[in-house]
Each structure stands twice: as C-alpha cells, then as structure tokens.
Design a protein around this ligand. Structure first.
Ligand code: BG6
Length: 487
C-alpha cells in the first residue's frame, strides 16, 4: 500500500471574501471584493471582464449596498454564521489543516484606522478555537483579494507606499492576537496576480492613474507587496518564533505547443516569468528576468533605501501555490485554438480535456510543477489550491453525485505521491480548493462549485444555505483516514 508521508497535512482551502458573507456585520468595512460586480452573462473566454473595474463601477457599488445578487461575495456561503457547522464537517472528513484568510477589513475596517475592530478579532478567535477543538491546524492567508476599499479610494491601493505601513500594523495585530493559535501563515495570495487582476489583488483602478503607464503602476504596487511580505515574515517570526511563513503563487504551467525550438524558447520565457515572483520571495531579490523586463519595457520601480536589504533578510520558509490546469505556448499563436485557465486565456493543448469553464485538466502538470519548484528552491512545498469547478446537481435522492471530481482529485493525488516517492519532492500538505462551495473569484458564480460540501444556493442568491455532503466528501474522508489512495 502506497502511503503519503506521516503527518501529511490534508485539508481544504477557502478565502474570507468568497465564503464569509456577513459583510456588514461585526463592524466590518468594505473590501474591494464587496465592490466587485458579477457579470453572469460573460462568456467563459471573457475571463477578465469581472476585473475591468472603473471608478464609476465603484460608485455604482457604493450606491447599492443592498444588492447582494450582483455582488455575490457580499453573502458568500455565509460561513460567518455557519462556521461551527462547517468546521464540524471538516473535522468529519478528518482535516488536519484548514486554509482560510483573515479579512483585513474585519480587523481594520478602513485599513488606516487607529485601533483594530475588537468584534472582528473576536470572530477569528472563535473560528480558531473551533478548529482547535478538532485539532485542525489553521493555515492563514493574510491577504487574499481583500484590501479595504478605503485604501483604494483614498490612497490608490498598493501603489501607495503608505499602505505598507498599514499592512505592517495589521500583521502585527493579528500575529499578537493569534500567536498561540496560528503557526502556519501565507502573506499574499497569488502575489503575481496583481498584473492580471490589479483591482482585487492590489486595489488598483486604471482610470485613477491618468497619464501614467499602468503596467508600471502594477509593478510598483507589487514591489510594495514584496517589501510588505518580507516585513510580515519578520514580524511573524519575532512574535511567533515557531511560525512558518510561506509565499503563494499562481502556478501556471506551460508546455511548448510543438518541439520547434522557437516554441520551446517562448515557453521557457513564459515559465521564467511565472517563477519570477516566487524567485523574488525565496531568494530575496529580483531575478534577472524581471529586471530585464523592466529595462526593456521602460518600467521604473521606485525603491526606498533599505527595501533590498529587507527583502534579502526575510525570505519565506516554504513555497505554496495554486495549481488547476496547464496550457501551451507557441512562438506564433496565430490561428491556434485558445481556452481559458486561471486568470489567463492561452493556447489549447489537443491532448487534454477541459472543465466546463475551459480549464485544461492535467494531473501530470502538477507533478511537473512540484519537481520544477522543488529543484529550483529546495524548500518545502505546499499545494494550497487545486480542484475542479463543476456544475454539480442536487439529485432527487437529495445527494450530490460528483464522480468527475473524485476522478480529478484521484489523478492529481497520484501524481503528488509520484512526485514525493519517485522524484524526492518535500511536500508538506495539500488543501483543496474549495472544501465548501463558495463564490468563484473569476466569474462570481456559486454554480462553479469546487466543494466536498454542497451549499444550497444559486447564482441569484436563492436557497437555504443548507450544507450537503457530496459523494467526494466520503471519498476524501477515506483518503485522509488511510493517508493513501489504496482503500
Ligand atoms: C485562485 C484563487 O486563483 O483560483 C481563488 O486564489 C479562486 O480565490 C481559485 O477562487 C479558483 O478560481 P475561480 O475563478 O474558479 O474561482
């Protein structure tokens, strides 16, 4: 019987802005995600429609605080009121770890407040206590598409240097408060995503930077996040000496469309650009690939004295990433079929099947990713997001039969095990996205379901919010129980 390593951290992942709801309760302030509108009519290939946000859109969102249909993240899956039940279900599956995020705007409602919001701190105290009851270790993302909206409106988001200070204060507050409850931390979810969706990651809106090169704005904001991430690692280690802090990247995986050297070269370039962000956070300095990109595209990043030293001095302890799909690259992509993936639109691989949203299913790509990342960094890895978004159906028997999800997961788990056993990769754990149905980031639909637990809710916000165990729930329970796929 092939087994995963002893102590392997099995679990599931969510983010506050997609699961919590309770968006105006307990003193919470507006976050960027509360102002992110759904476009249910958007084509799957129009992957970026939801992130093309203007100042006018924000005004519109602010004018309609009662609208939870077009702004579904406002209600999420109502974890805010269901967390006890949800955590009990996680415990029933045997979770060792639960990846979640803290909504910054619950702790500092405007981001720049003098004092933290006690009710927000209390809420996460209760969540962590509930997890402790079942010996489930929290893995906490400090920032997962949740900057307080006030930082967008009054500081130009992460473009503003001042935001580093606000983030430091927030990190200090949560580390102090939860020092006896949380050991595993991630700084920024998919830190690289600021260049693909600048609003939700960085609080950046293009029309607020007239006359400026918006790409430069995004990279400047990312620089501030790199410095903030290093400072967060420092603070975390100081306050919680046995803590482990990881970076988190979108692990996009590209193959050459053909063996033409031109395609291979183009793929290598693309992959270097994917690794650039974890390179920065692991090695503590910008890689040559990013520096030459800046030079060749006339991008000038303003640094302050000490930034380079801070980044160098406080690199991350481990590398975590999301992996859902892979795509292809060609030197000349004219006429090639394209398909969406995680925040991208890229050349379709004729050898792979796709999900209902066009994402290409590729378990071997996960093994390739694990090996590449491990060889590159020699740091422990953590798969903190992976899963299948599908249109699950609540059957007449009151159950949700999702054999396609079990099949997806089984194949990915086998590849993880191959990477551990055959390739010698050090893998700390796996948290599938999302253990409970929640609002999709890209499409804002709940009908793009990822969970082991079905939430009775539709895209219009109708439903009871009841939780129903899917078939995959029982399957995952057995995987965890046996620490193996053989049962
Ligand atoms: C990751 C994000 O990129 O992908 C999650 O960290 C997101 O927040 C997940 O939900 C799946 O993407 P989507 O668009 O299907 O929700």
């Amino acid at each position: 019987m092939r087994k995963f390593p002893e102590g392997f951290l099995w679990g599931g992942a969510t983010a506050a802005n997609q699961i919590e709801g309770g968006w105006r309760e307990g003193g919470k302030g507006w976050s960027v995600s509360d102002a992110a509108r759904a476009h249910f009519d958007a084509d799957v290939k129009d992957y970026n429609r939801h992130n093309q946000i203007t100042t006018r859109d924000i005004e519109e969102a602010l004018a309609h605080p009662e609208d939870e249909v077009n702004y579904p993240k406002r209600h999420g899956s109502d974890f805010y009121h269901h967390y006890k039940e949800d955590i009990a279900l996680m415990a029933e599956m045997g979770f060792k770890v639960y990846r979640m995020s803290i909504a910054w705007s619950r702790i500092y409602p405007n981001g720049d407040d003098e004092q933290p919001n006690e009710a927000g701190l209390q809420f996460y105290d209760e969540v962590f206590d509930e997890l402790k009851k079942y010996n489930i270790e929290p893995l906490v993302t400090m920032s997962h598409y949740e900057p307080p909206l006030n930082l967008v409106l009054n500081y130009d988001g992460w473009y503003s240097r001042e935001v580093i200070g606000f983030f430091e204060k927030y990190v200090r507050t949560i580390c102090e408060r939860y020092k006896h409850k949380v050991k595993y931390w991630l700084t920024f979810n998919e830190v690289d995503s600021i260049i693909r969706h600048p609003f939700t990651t960085g609080g950046l809106i293009e029309d607020r930077f007239p006359g400026k090169n918006f790409e430069e704005v995004c990279y400047q904001a990312m620089h501030h996040q790199f410095v903030a991430s290093a400072l967060a690692t420092k603070i975390c280690h100081e306050i919680i000496p046995d803590s482990q802090v990881g970076c988190m990247i979108t692990k996009l995986t590209y193959y050459p469309y053909s063996c033409k050297p031109e395609d291979v070269l183009e793929t290598q370039k693309r992959m270097r650009s994917i690794y650039a962000y974890s390179d920065t956070q692991v090695f503590g300095e910008y890689p040559s690939t990013l520096l030459s990109y800046y030079k060749n595209h006339n991008i000038h990043i303003v640094k302050q004295p000490g930034d380079d030293e801070v980044m160098k001095q406080y690199p991350v302890d481990f590398v975590s990433f999301s992996y859902y799909m892979s795509s292809c690259v060609a030197a000349d992509e004219t006429g090639l079929d394209v398909t969406p993936g995680n925040t991208i639109l890229a050349v379709k691989n004729p050898h792979l099947e796709t999900s209902e949203w066009g994402w290409q299913i590729d378990p071997i790509g996960l093994r390739i990713s694990l090996v590449d990342l491990y060889d590159r960094y020699r740091k422990p890895l953590f798969v903190v997001e992976n899963g299948l978004g599908a249109k699950d159906v609540l059957s007449a028997d009151g159950k949700v039969h999702d054999p396609y999800r079990i099949d997806y997961l089984r194949k990915h788990f086998k590849c993880m095990l191959d990477a551990i056993e055959e390739d010698g990769v050090e893998l700390m754990g796996y948290t599938s996205w999302a253990c409970i149905d929640l609002i999709s980031e890209s499409t804002k639909q709940i009908s793009k379901r990822y969970g082991y637990i079905y939430v009775d809710l539709d895209d219009q916000g109708n439903g009871t919010y009841n939780r129903i165990r899917k078939d995959s729930f029982y399957w995952y329970q057995k995987v965890i129980q046996n620490n193996s796929l053989d049962f």
